[in-house]
Design a protein around this ligand. Structure first.
Ligand code: AMP
Length: 285
C-alpha cells in the first residue's frame, strides 16, 4: 500500500491511474478504524481496480466546542488495517496540505443540512462538503463509498454531487454493528462500561419503532413519545433529537405514509452518538 501525504502527488497519481484506464474507488475517513470503516473499503475493493482512502481529521467540520483535539487517532494501526482490507493508496494529508495559507472557499448545501445534526452543529456540514469536494478533486474517483450510519452526511453529499454535476457515483453501505446492535463508531471508545450499556438505547429505540410500525402505528408523535420514554429510562442519556423525516429531503413527517427515516442523536455521558434506520416498506437496518 502506498502512503501519499502531498495533495499534488495524490492528484498526479490519480490522473495517471485514470489515464491507464483504472476504475478508482475512494473512501474518505477520519481514521481510528473499526469494522464499519473496513467494510466500506472492502465494498470499494469489490467494485474498483484501485482503492484509495483518505485519513484526515478535518478541522473545518468540528465546531469550536467540539472534540477535535481529543478525536481518537492511531495512524500506524489504521494503515495496517487498511492494507489488510486491500487498500492500494492511503492519502494522509496534514492540515496545511488541505487548507494552505490563503484558503477561503466553501461548498455549502442549503436545505438538507438544516435538519437533524445541522441544528446542533450549524457549521458541520459546510466543513464536510468542502473537504469532500476537495478530496474528490484530489483523488478523482469514479466511485466514492460512504456509510449509512451517517445518513445525513450521505444525503448531503448525494445532493452536492447531483447539484454540482460531479462526475462520480456515490454508494451508501449499511451500518456495521457490534453483536449487541450498537453501531460501530470511533466515538464508542469514549464510553465507560456503564455508558456502553446505556448506548444500546439507540438500537432499542429503532427496534421499538419498527415494531410499532409493523403493528400499524402511523403517527410520528406517538412513535417519538415512546422512544423518548424508552431513552429516558436509560441512565446517563440526554436526547439531542428523535426525528421522523422524509429519507431524501429530511423534512419532518407527521404521518408515516411510506418509507420514513428514523434518526436519533443521543448524548451518553459526554459522548454524542447517532444512529438511524428506515421505517416502513422495504425497510433496511
Ligand atoms: P468517519 O471516519 O467517522 O468520518 O467515517 C468514515 C466513513 O465511515 C463514513 O462514510 C461513515 O459513514 C462510515 N462509517 C462510520 N461508522 C460506520 C459503521 N458503523 N458502519 C458503516 N460505515 C460506517
Amino acid at each position: 500500500m502506498e502512503v501519499i501525504e502531498k495533495t499534488d502527488l495524490m492528484q498526479q497519481k490519480a490522473e495517471e491511474l485514470r489515464l491507464a484506464g483504472k476504475v478508482l474507488g475512494f473512501v474518505p475517513t477520519m481514521g481510528f478504524f473499526h469494522e464499519g470503516h473496513l467494510e466500506l473499503m472492502r465494498v470499494a475493493r469489490k467494485h474498483c481496480d484501485v482503492v484509495i482512502i483518505s485519513l484526515f481529521v478535518n478541522p473545518m467540520q468540528f465546531g469550536p466546542k467540539e472534540d477535535l483535539a481529543a478525536y481518537p487517532r492511531d495512524l500506524q494501526g489504521d494503515l495496517a488495517k487498511a492494507q489488510q482490507a486491500g487498500v492500494d493508496i492511503a492519502f494522509v494529508p496534514a492540515v496545511d496540505q488541505m487548507y494552505p495559507k490563503g484558503f477561503e472557499s466553501r461548498v455549502s448545501v442549503e436545505k438538507v443540512t438544516k435538519h437533524l445534526c445541522g441544528l446542533s452543529r450549524p457549521t458541520h456540514f459546510d466543513g464536510v462538503t468542502t473537504v469532500v469536494a476537495k478530496l474528490f478533486n484530489i483523488t478523482k474517483p469514479h466511485l466514492a463509498v460512504f456509510g449509512q450510519k451517517d445518513y445525513q452526511q450521505l444525503a448531503v453529499i448525494s445532493r452536492m454531487v447531483k447539484d454540482l454535476n460531479m462526475d462520480l457515483q456515490i454508494l451508501g453501505v449499511p451500518t456495521y454493528r457490534e453483536p449487541d446492535g450498537l453501531a460501530m463508531s470511533s466515538r464508542n471508545s469514549y464510553l465507560n462500561s456503564e455508558e456502553r450499556k446505556s448506548a444500546l438505547c439507540l438500537k432499542k429505540s429503532m427496534d421499538l419503532a419498527q415494531d410499532r410500525v409493523a403493528k400499524g402505528e402511523t403517527r410520528a408523535a406517538a412513535i417519538k413519545k415512546a422512544i423518548e420514554e424508552l431513552i429516558g429510562s436509560y441512565p446517563h442519556t440526554q436526547i439531542d433529537y428523535v426525528s421522523l423525516s422524509d429519507p431524501v429531503t429530511l423534512d419532518d413527517v407527521d404521518t408515516l405514509t411510506g418509507e420514513t427515516l428514523l434518526a436519533l442523536a443521543v448524548r451518553v455521558g459526554k459522548t454524542r452518538l447517532i444512529d438511524n434506520c428506515i421505517l416502513g416498506k422495504g425497510e433496511k437496518r
